[in-house]
Design a protein around this ligand. Sequence first.
Ligand SMILES: [Zn+2]
Ligand SMILES: [Zn+2]
Length: 273
Amino acid sequence: MKTIAMILMTAAAVQAALPATGAEGESMIPLDSLSIRIIYDNVAPEEGFEAQWGFSCVVSGCGRTILFDTGGKGDVFMKNLTAAGISPSGIDIVVISHEHWDHVGGLGAFLEENREVIVYVPASFSDDLKKRISGGCASLVEVSEPVEIIPGVYSTGDMTGPVREQSLAIRTGGGTVVITGCAHPGIDRIVEKATEVTGGQALCVMGGFHLGGAGQARLEEISRQFDKSGVKYCGASHCTGDESIAYFAKRYGDRYIRLGAGRKINGSGLKGL
Ligand SMILES: [Zn+2]
Ligand SMILES: [Zn+2]
């Protein structure tokens, strides 16, 4: 079994081995190269994909290919990954947002196909789950504070909330792209944190917003924070709730991003403003 010291050493060695793409702390992902493929989602699937409760996406075009969350059911996750034409061996890094079955459930099936990945989990994960994951992957990285996973791609850190959770913040030439699992700490707090971590305005936020029955006042409060942070594109899915999804779809109009298993979001499409 790996010790914490070994895990930390491994993470440091990996970071050191990555090519720098800019001045320290200022690496930027070219928006044109960024691509996000939704692998697992419970709303409107593309043909050939199965819709099930949960969320997962693959982020590519950042120098490393990152799997963010793994959905709930291993067989459905692997089937959808295949449908997307993505080989498990093509994934370098896995980031798990939080310890809910509909985000971590597919991880075991994935690790059976590729054990060579580095897995980033919130430090607040249970010891039992951390032990099981670290035994099945190249290294486990426990995230507490915000961290630059690869140049230009950050975790917001293990944020407090009803359930602790980390989100992805990708610094691109057009602004920060924020990807959330369930957004239990609050989608507005996450977007604000993501812009703090990357040091720039938000361009886009997508994923589960956890706003079932949120009500108009809360949705407006969130919108004010989105505007303050610079959000131009929005894609709400998974646990957001139908009424809240409809609210964001109306508010963002042709800048609303429809999600669902199989959907592909290209960074090049996020600069119509
Ligand atoms: Zn969820
Ligand atoms: Zn959750």
